[in-house]
Design a protein around this ligand. Structure first.
Ligand SMILES: [Zn+2]
Length: 57
């Protein structure tokens, strides 16, 4: 079954700030705390550049 998208909780590699991001974000997502790039868009699917703690459904 195809999902429209999920939210994932990621942890910033630099400052350990936890942040929930959309798994298919089409924009760059930066850490709210330190500004490090966490997610970058890649062909309709996001490239998560930080640690994924858990997937929220
Ligand atoms: Zn950070």
């Amino acid at each position: 079954m195809r999902k429209k998208g999920v939210f994932v909780e990621v942890v910033c590699a630099r400052c350990k700030h936890k942040q929930v991001v959309f798994g298919k974000a089409s924009t760059f997502v930066k850490c709210e705390n330190c500004g490090k790039l966490l997610v970058r868009p890649k062909g309709g699917k996001s490239k998560i550049k930080s640690f994924v703690r858990r997937v929220l459904k």
